[in-house]
Design a protein around this ligand. Structure first.
Ligand SMILES: Cc1ncc(COP(=O)(O)O)c(C=O)c1O
Length: 390
């Protein structure tokens, strides 16, 4: 499909009522996603939940294929879960790290991941090392190489952090991980759907992502990718009768594919909705979608930087669709409220979501405006003029 903004905005009813710049929070769904979810709920209403699932099996299974196509994996490497965190936790806890093992992470790491490292440090005695950033603000790949030792048992980073435009050099990090045979877990929660993500190019062993953000899927959806050749190095922390089969009185057998990281019960309607969302994106093309949203964000950064009293905070060599800034007089929450009065949705990022990075840069709470390909140039103009009017 060629990119037709008018059609895309018509497909996105939310664009009629709000200027949605909170896509890093939860994006506006296309109508096709909404209909797919509602149609399945209607079917459940009419014929029963299990019966509806059986009838909708092709649509349900399509979700695996659509995700696999988007990230260049095999469908057998995808587990569907309820959010990015659930997938990430399955991978992390599946590694079963031991006392003295070192985790290498980045300065822009997400709070939930760091809290989990800290828990593993407390309960198991693993060590956390934060790889410094380079002058641009991205993870310093040379410094990463220097941190490698035989104690390092995991490289785990956020591809795009929750608090800004930074895109970490995931493929360069992958090269270091491959060279030293170290497991590589990529938190791609913000990047899948925002920029091209190709697991072969990146070389990660595990990758987690969510449905509601840049993929424009329903809330409560997500997935975990686990490389086929890495699958047996992870022990799923939980097993049930979906992820494994009770084969004898004293035996069980795990599934061979990544569905060993799932459990039996699903929100079928939402899974089908996620499949519809990924198909919608595949139809547009991730390169086209990403180029457009990054162009809008780049323009927003340039125009915000030109305003007196506004400071833009995005770092990194490569920047994505998230734009962060602060104002000399008004705090982030006041700005969010001011914009909400004009039906402009933005979010804020504070120290508790990315403490290493915010402390290092001495940042308080900042405004986060996250662009999607369906945002229009007129919406960008309105946003800039409302910030200028503060
Ligand atoms: C970088 C990053 N990782 C993980 C998450 C958690 O995602 P979820 O809420 O889908 O579990 C977020 C959510 O904002 C995020 O920004």
């Amino acid at each position: 499909m060629s990119f037709n903004l008018e059609t895309i905005r018509r497909d996105t009813p939310g664009t009629q009522s709000v200027i949605h710049l909170n896509n890093a929070g939860s994006a506006l769904m296309p109508s096709a996603v909404h209909s797919a979810v509602l149609e399945h709920l209607d079917l459940e209403l009419k014929i029963g939940g299990y019966e509806a699932h059986a009838r909708a099996m092709p649509a349900f299974e399509r979700t695996y294929d659509a995700i696999a196509e988007l990230i260049n994996s095999d469908r057998s490497e995808i587990a569907l879960v309820e959010n990015a965190t659930a997938g990430w936790m399955m991978a992390f806890h599946g590694l079963n790290l031991k006392k003295g093992d070192v985790i290498l992470t980045a300065e822009a790491e997400y709070a939930s991941n760091v809290i989990t490292y800290l828990q593993a440090a407390k309960n198991k005695g693993v060590k956390i090392e934060v790889v410094p950033s380079d002058a641009s603000g991205q993870l310093d790949v040379n410094a990463l190489e220097q941190c490698i030792s035989d104690k390092v048992k995991l490289i785990s980073i956020s591809h795009i952090p929750t608090n800004g435009g930074l895109i970490n050099p995931s493929a360069e990090i992958g090269k270091v991980a491959r060279k030293h045979g170290i497991p590589y877990l990529l938190d791609a929660c913000q990047s899948v759907g925002q920029i091209p993500v190709d697991v072969e190019e990146i070389g990660c062993d595990m990758l987690s992502a969510t449905g509601r953000k840049y993929l424009r899927g329903p809330r409560g959806t997500g997935f975990l990718y686990v490389r086929k050749s890495f699958m047996d190095q992870l022990e799923p922390p939980f097993l049930d009768l979906h992820s494994a089969t009770w084969t004898g009185k004293d035996s069980y057998e795990m599934r061979a594919d990544a569905r060993r990281f799932e459990n039996w019960e699903f929100n079928i309607a939402n899974v089908i909705g996620l499949g519809a969302a990924v198909d919608y994106l595949l139809n547009i093309g991730i390169e086209t979608a990403s180029n457009r949203l990054r162009k809008l964000a780049a323009s927003a950064r340039e125009r915000l930087s030109a305003l007196p009293d506004v400071t833009v905070h995005d770092i990194g060599l490569e920047k994505g669709g998230m734009v962060t800034f602060s104002h000399a007089t008004y705090d982030a929450l006041a700005i969010k409220k001011h914009l909400a009065n004009s039906s402009i949705n933005v979010s804020t990022s504070s120290i508790v979501s990315t403490r290493y990075d915010m402390e290092r840069r001495n940042l308080g709470t900042i405004v986060r405006a996250s662009f999607h390909y369906y945002n229009s140039e007129e919406e960008l103009d309105k946003f800039i003029s409302e910030v200028a009017a503060l």
